[in-house]
Design a protein around this ligand. Structure first.
Ligand code: PXP
Length: 260
């Protein structure tokens, strides 16, 4: 299973001080030497972490393929076409959100996304769609002619965190998931089954299947057990661990887990 390391959070730390340290570019060599297979970055419309020049330099200097997450906004897509990354992952974006909260609404944006996919393909950029793990989204993705789907594992990760990480005892407890443990267990099983079914269907339809969002050292083995998933994109948990262990060790630890 391949690992894309999302290095946005290095830029989050830099932006907290509005200086030039830590520099996301310094992560590129470490990611490669530690066994990462891909660099993932998100050029958000509000540029809250990765900026245009970061994206430009990362794409120019990375020895690993770069997966650039972006919205379907016309201006952003024009920039992505110029940047020419290996892959563009289209994600929904909402200015107020802390992080990407759900998958793309393919049904209501089908024609618009079709045009974007065509434009990116014309530049030779492969395309992935960040989608919720359900039948409709997988089938629409295939109709859009993309190479990859990335299944949103956020619901699964939130349920897992409420059950097993003590999140409910903190000020970041997820209010709508303050349920009994047995209810959380039922919902966790359901969310995992959805990811399994969507992965299987995607694979059957000839799509390459990735997964990401909220994956960490505790929950990842449930996702790696799904054999149709070829790649994980993981950011927050790796960068969080790197504060204590260093980035190289954090990546090696995750690689060891996802290799089984
Ligand atoms: N994949 C996609 C499409 C994302 O938008 C994100 C968050 O930027 C990730 C993976 C990584 O999520 P996390 O930081 O929770 O590991």
């Amino acid at each position: 299973m391949l690992l894309g390391v999302n290095i946005d959070h290095i830029a989050v730390l830099r932006e907290a001080r509005q200086i030039n340290d830590p520099n996301p570019l310094d992560a590129l060599g470490i990611c490669k030497l530690s066994g990462a297979n891909q660099i993932t970055i998100h050029l958000r419309e509000d540029r809250r972490h990765i900026h245009d020049n970061d994206a430009k330099q990362i794409i120019k200097q990375s020895a690993l393929p770069v997966n650039l997450e972006c919205s379907i906004n016309d201006d952003i897509i024009d920039i992505v076409c110029k940047l020419n990354p290996h892959r563009a992952t289209l994600v929904p974006e909402n200015r107020e959100e802390i992080t990407t909260e759900g998958g793309l609404d393919l049904a209501n944006n089908f024609e618009r996304i079709k045009k974007v996919v065509k434009k990116l393909h014309k530049q030779g950029i492969e395309v992935s769609l960040f989608i919720d793990p359900n039948k409709e989204c997988v089938e629409l993705s295939q109709k859009l002619g993309v190479e990859w789907i990335e299944l949103h594992t956020g619901t699964f990760a939130n349920l897992y965190a409420m059950l097993f990480s003590g999140l409910q005892n903190t000020h970041h407890s997820i209010k709508e998931l303050e349920l009994s443990r047995s209810e959380l267990h039922i919902l966790l099983d359901k969310s995992l089954n959805k990811i399994k079914h969507a992965s299987k269907l995607g694979h059957q339809l000839g799509l390459k299947v990735a997964a990401g969002h909220g994956l960490n050292y505790q929950n990842v083995s449930l996702i790696t057990s799904i054999k149709q998933i070829e790649e994980l994109n993981i950011g927050q948990s790796i960068i969080a661990r790197s504060v204590f262990t260093g980035l190289a060790q954090a990546i090696e630890d995750m690689k060891a887990l996802i290799k089984g």
